[in-house]
Design a protein around this ligand. Structure first.
Ligand SMILES: *Cc1c(COP(=O)(O)O)cnc(C)c1O
Length: 392
């Protein structure tokens, strides 16, 4: 049976070149990057080179990039760290209803501590309104945290315009760019970004390594106490192989940026068109063009997303419904609810996220398999029978 991985927004395979770059750092160059001896110096050299690659790619300087254990830590650090360091200035934070839980749950914790949080609503495509954003800014606003690209529905926010508004009002701007890195252009100066979160495993790098960009001069508290690593900002022995892998993944993403994304967009749009042409009673979630190059997300009326996933799994197709982090709970995705879908419709959602190794044959296979599965599942639904007048 064919095996087709359509869940790249959950995680990506590690590219062979990335593994190859990492291997020596497990076995030969295993020194602690903080040690003074030759083993340590070699490891440190690798870390510096990776930091340089990533910083350069986003237009930052090397002393503004701090390695973390991934996107979740970077989001936690950015929001909690800025909130706690700027308490005297104000207690108001602006974010959106469609953020990743690594942002939303931190904001909820801060509310319990006395911070005030405005959760901006989006339109039906998942786009925030710049007018609403500007209207929400108060003298006590210390931080705007808005994701660059949504992980469920793929919608791309106007981060350059958001950055301009933040700058005009003297408010710090954090963006969760975990899904954006390598997929859309990111430039901390052009886009007026003060803090930006990354994760390597969404970009064909290893899991458990990420980074936070922090603009020079930004007031931010540390999340943890410990050693003097990362300029005394983020303690803990550096994950050297992870950092090397992250650097290599970014290098490859930079090299292939235009070609890979043009190819992904072509396959994405072929998938969307193929599904729309063969299956009725569906809704494309997310903006049709301001969209992650590999994201396809549909709601199928009269169907449970979970049954759809299981049926797809039986024919070798790996996809997701809602977000991977919330599977197991019965609540529909908070993102689909936030864009105004009903519980019923939101429950029938399917995210197919394509990646650099996805082929035309993979896309054809999914389109071909999906139609009979959807028809079979719908045939069990009394509502479907009613809606179609029992003619099917
Ligand atoms: C995956 C993801 C995260 C979490 O990153 P981890 O490295 O898995 O902790 C945060 N934000 C977004 C948008 C993501 O897609």
């Amino acid at each position: 049976m064919r095996s087709v991985y359509m869940d790249h927004s959950a995680t990506t395979p590690v590219k062979p070149e990335v593994v190859e770059a990492m291997l020596p750092y497990f076995t030969e160059i295993y020194g602690n990057a903080s040690s003074v001896h030759a083993f340590g110096r070699e490891a440190r050299k690798g870390v510096m080179s990776a930091r340089n690659t990533i910083a350069e790619y986003i237009g930052a300087s090397v002393d503004e990039l701090f390695f973390t254990a991934g996107g979740t830590e970077s989001d936690n650090w950015a929001i909690r760290g800025v909130a706690h360091a700027n308490k005297q200035k104000g207690n108001h934070i602006i974010t959106t209803t469609i953020e990743h839980h690594a942002v939303l749950h931190v904001c909820e914790m801060l509310e319990k501590e006395g911070f005030e949080v405005t959760y901006l609503k989006t339109d039906a495509d998942g786009l925030i309104s710049l007018k609403d954003l500007e209207a929400a800014i108060q003298p006590s606003t210390i931080l705007i945290s808005i994701m660059a690209v949504n992980n469920e529905i793929g919608t791309i926010q106007p981060i350059e315009e958001i950055g301009q508004i933040a700058k005009k009002h003297g408010v710090l701007f954090h963006t969760d760019a975990v899904q954006a890195l390598g997929k859309i252009e990111l430039d901390v100066n052009k886009q007026n970004i003060d803090l930006m979160s990354f994760s390597a495993h969404k970009l064909y790098g290893p899991k458990g390594i990420g980074a936070l960009y922090v603009r020079k001069g930004t007031r931010i508290k540390n999340l943890m106490d410990g050693g003097a690593q990362e300029k005394k900002r983020r303690p803990g022995t550096e994950n050297v192989p992870g950092i090397i892998g992250f650097g290599k993944a970014v290098e490859l993403a930079a090299e292939g940026f235009e070609e890979n994304n043009a190819r992904l967009i072509r396959l994405r749009d072929k998938m969307i068109a193929g599904i729309e042409a063969t299956i009725p009673y569906i809704r494309l979630n997310g903006h049709r063009t301001k969209r992650h190059p590999g994201n396809v997300n549909f709601c199928f009326e009269f169907i449970e997303g979970e049954s759809l996933l299981l049926s797809l799994d039986l024919v070798g197709i790996a996809a997701s419904s809602g977000s991977a982090c919330t599977s197991g709970s019965l609540d529909p995705s908070h993102v689909l609810m936030a864009i105004g879908l009903t519980h019923e419709i939101a429950h029938g959602s399917l995210r197919l996220s394509l990646g650099e190794f996805t082929t035309d044959e993979d896309v054809d296979y999914v389109i071909e398999q999906l139609k009979p599965i959807v028809e079979r599942l719908r045939s069990y639904s009394p509502l479907y029978e009613k809606a179609t007048g029992g003619t099917r």
